[in-house]
Design a protein around this ligand. Structure first.
Ligand SMILES: Nc1ncnc2c1ncn2[C@@H]1O[C@H](COP(=O)(O)OP(=O)(O)OP(=O)(O)O)[C@@H](O)[C@H]1O
Length: 260
């Protein structure tokens, strides 16, 4: 069965400023990511990975181009509508965690459930949040404040917060960046399981082993997508996508294969 795209970007561009001083983050990117696909975005520092992730997660908006995520055009959505869309659609793991310093680990996770509009009471929200913290190996530290946790532990709280709402999409910026190998593999396994359960996972990573475990790797250089790697086969984008064609027109291997 053909995998329908959850994310469809066309000519997506994000720049700051204009003229000679313009900074280009993402440059005319065409991209299609399927439901339940686990995608790793890789590339050198400054190549636009975080910028692309922020656009896909709806925490930033493009200068031009179109971006449809879960059936909605989010590229020109108003801020209030975009915030509501994020709450019901996406779990985000920020590079620098963004935990609220005055809330405990379990309260940080619970807040995400509350903001997602889930119709469950606080007691059940706290129960689910504690379970999620157990899943990331923090069952003994649910009542700690972020300042009482190591960087790696804070990162795991951030992952638990992104997953607990069972969103359609998880965008994770270096979700294993502060972790040792064993903890990193545990988090990668958790995100992979979410993808197997139907969540689309877009993971920005420098970790080669974790990128290799994804369904597809998207390589970026200078704000452009230069390469897709699926099933261990390198596919150079340029010869496969004809000028003017959308990535969804490209061969199935490029767009991902089969719905989950
Ligand atoms: N707010 C901003 N204003 C101006 N330029 C920006 C802004 N944010 C990012 N950029 C520029 O956009 C380009 C892409 O940055 P981005 O953070 O997306 O790269 P990255 O691939 O995620 O890098 P890293 O691996 O170091 O995190 C860089 O040249 C960066 O300087």
């Amino acid at each position: 069965m053909e995998r329908t795209p959850l994310i469809s970007a066309r000519d997506l561009t994000r720049r700051w400023g204009s003229g000679d001083s313009a900074q280009l983050g993402v440059d005319q990117v065409d991209l299609s990511i399927g439901h339940g696909e686990l995608v790793a975005i890789t590339g050198p520092s400054g190549s636009g990975k975080s910028t692309l992730g922020a656009l896909i997660a709806g925490i930033d908006q493009p200068t031009s181009g179109s971006l449809v995520v879960d059936g909605e055009r989010i590229d020109q959505m108003r801020n209030d509508a975009l915030a509501r869309w994020r709450g019901r659609t996406v779990g985000i793991v920020f590079q620098d965690f963004h935990l609220l310093p005055t809330l405990t680990a379990v309260e940080n996770v619970e807040l995400a459930l509350k903001l997602s509009g889930t119709k469950i009471g606080r007691r059940e929200r706290l129960h689910r949040s504690a379970q999620m913290l157990c899943a990331v190996g923090l069952g003994q530290k649910t009542k700690r404040l972020p300042s009482q946790l190591s960087g790696g532990e804070q990162q795991r709280v951030a992952v638990a917060r992104a997953i607990v709402t069972r969103p359609k999409l998880i965008v994770a910026d270096e979700p294993t960046g502060s972790l040792d190998r064993a903890a990193g593999e545990q988090i990668a396994a958790l995100l992979t399981r979410e993808a197997h359960d139907g969540t689309t996972v877009v993971m920005i990573t420098h970790d080669e082993a974790i990128a290799d475990g994804a369904d597809r790797r998207i390589g970026m250089v200078d704000g452009r997508v230069t390469m897709h790697t699926a099933s261990g086969v390198d596919l150079l984008l340029a010869p496969l996508v004809q000028p003017g064609a959308h990535p969804t027109d490209a061969p199935a291997a490029l767009a991902g294969s089969g719905a989950r």
